[in-house]
Design a binder for this molecule. Structure first.
Ligand SMILES: Nc1ncnc2c1ncn2[C@@H]1O[C@H](COP(=O)(O)OP(=O)(O)OP(=O)(O)O)[C@@H](O)[C@H]1O
Ligand SMILES: [Mg+2]
Length: 498
């Protein structure tokens, strides 16, 4: 079985599961310190072994707070008023259950934090802590790595991995101890559709062996076919939902290559691509290799004026590597990069950044001011706009995105979707001629996504050009003019969604 985990391990766990795993939550409420409105309001539910429970709901509705309570982060690390009880495996509140690191496998929403440098070490650490060593340890690491497609990356430094590859490491570290309860907060946020499918498949197998899997997802559609139950948060309250998603079934996902590769496209042939006369962004025979296995190879691509080009492709296929060339963060090893017809070879990064607004894959990489207002205004100030004028413009744009009440907060005190939004607005405010956005909506619920994409469409209609990296095929279909697919560092196809 390609994605199943070993039976020897699961057998051992099954025993433990029968004895321990079940979750009962009674009248759980939580209010963060300094906030008037409770984040969780009298939550009641129980979960039995063998269930995958999907917890959906918009950004800020309470999903991550519930998971933090279950993981013990609330109240141990985050303070506030906590009421009600959580039981694991019986009627007595079992605090010891949580103290044993092998009983809960957790992926937090801010999962991009690692203890060690290399992938192998990161996966080994929880096992060593729980007393597994020697051949058993290695066997288990190889097993989990193979189920997540991480085998060839085990000796790599985590910081050199792509965003999706890093998220797989976080998931691997949660799965590695075969814990009977898995708490996963937005586990597929940065995974390509096929990797997400493979993960859901693996989780289904684990549930069959008795695990309880709680998964928070602001967009539940892709995971829904694998779930036994869907719970939905609205403003801190939890409702059982009987959502049906007839258009997406596991059987359909068996053909999920279709979601990743260019079969959905009415493809251009190379002559047509050559006929794009004036390209605003262009790479010609671009090659950049980190080593023999990874990088991009001989890519030729043109982005037309006033188009939204979606760039998609599996994790590690080279999307971020490609787009970094347009602002000089990487320089071609071979081939050429043109911005508005100008060969960028000798153009410094700061000069390119004036024309091309870029949003990095991790918004935290570009947030550094002390308040949301200053963060949004700073790129105007950096371009010589008087501070007062820049702040006025920042207030206006923030109001359009309902961020008015957040302006004095520290950006890192906002939740992730809002941090992503702030980083995006701070790029939009300079009205660059070209925008490069690396997975800008991955943290956003559907409402916010719609708002952001409508704004980007208006920007396009007023003359702007956008290259948007995304794993969201619905976004590519509904909002882009053309779609380009990268696969293993090469351009695998470009065309219009059928
Ligand atoms: N600094 C680096 N050193 C070595 N290899 C790297 C480095 N940065 C990226 N890579 C590798 O290059 C390949 C392409 O990475 P890139 O970040 O461009 O992928 P991506 O398509 O953006 O993936 P994702 O969808 O996960 O964001 C990956 O296999 C990655 O591990
Ligand atoms: Mg990337």
């Amino acid at each position: 079985m390609l994605y199943g985990l070993s039976m020897s391990h699961s057998k051992r766990v099954r025993k433990k599961v029968c004895k321990l795993a079940s979750i009962t939550i009674r009248n759980l409420s939580f209010t963060y310190d300094g906030v008037a409105i409770p984040a969780l309001k009298t939550i009641n539910f129980s979960a039995a072994p063998g269930q995958i429970i999907l917890i959906s709901g918009n950004n800020g509705s309470g999903k991550s707070t519930l998971l933090a309570c279950l993981a013990g982060i609330i109240p141990e690390l985050t303070s506030g008023k906590l009421e009600g009880q959580i039981f694991f495996g019986g009627d007595d509140p079992d605090t010891k259950f949580r103290e044993d690191a092998t009983t809960l496998g957790v992926v937090l929403q801010d999962s991009d934090v690692y203890l060690l440098e290399e992938v192998y070490e990161e996966l080994a650490f929880p096992l060593q802590n729980s007393g597994t060593n020697g051949p058993d340890l290695d066997k288990r690491i190889q097993e989990v790595a193979s189920s997540l497609g991480l085998s060839r990356l085990l000796q790599r430094k985590i910081r050199s991995l792509s965003g999706g590859e890093r998220q797989k490491v976080a998931i691997g570290a949660a799965l590695i101890c075969d814990a009977p309860i898995l708490l996963l907060d937005e586990p597929v946020e940065q995974l390509d559709p096929l990797s997400a499918y493979n993960l859901f498949h693996t989780l289904r197998e684990l549930a069959k062996n008795g695990k309880i899997i709680l998964m928070c997802m602001h967009n539940p559609i892709t995971a829904a076919p694998w779930a036994d139950r869907i719970l939905c948060f609205r403003n801190g309250e939890l409702f059982e939902e009987n959502l049906k998603f007839p258009e997406v079934t596991p059987a359909q996902f068996n053909h999920s290559k279709a979601w990743t590769f260019p079969t959905l496209l009415n493809q251009e042939n190379s002559t047509l691509t050559e006929k794009v006369e004036h390209a605003v962004l262009e790479v010609r025979n671009l090659t950049y290799r980190y080593d023999k296995q990874s990088g991009i190879e001989n890519i030729t691509l043109k982005v037309k004026p006033q188009e939204i080009l979606a760039l998609t492709g599996p994790n590690g296929s080279g999307k971020s590597t490609l787009v970094k060339h347009f602002v000089g963060l990487l320089r071609p090893q071979a081939g050429k990069v043109f911005v508005d017809g100008v060969d960028t070879e000798k153009v410094p990064t700061w000069e390119l950044a004036k024309q091309v607004g870029i949003l990095f894959q991790n918004p935290d990489d570009q947030i550094f001011n002390a308040t949301v207002l200053e963060e949004i205004a700073w790129s105007l100030v950096a371009r010589g706009v008087p501070k007062r004028e820049a702040l006025t413009e920042a207030r206006k744009l923030a109001a359009d995105f309902e961020l008015k009440s957040m302006l004095d907060k520290h950006p890192h005190d906002l939740n992730r979707s809002l941090r992503q939004l702030v980083a995006l607005i701070s790029v939009l405010i300079t009205k660059p001629k070209m925008l490069i956005l690396d997975e800008p909506t991955k943290m956003m619920d559907f409402e916010l996504l719609k708002k952001v994409m409508t704004c980007l469409k208006n920007y396009r209609d007023q003359g702007g050009t956008i290259l948007i990296v995304t794993h969201d095929m619905m976004l590519a279909k509904n909002y882009s003019d053309r779609v380009a697919f990268l696969d293993s560092g090469r351009l695998a196809g470009i065309g219009v969604y059928i």
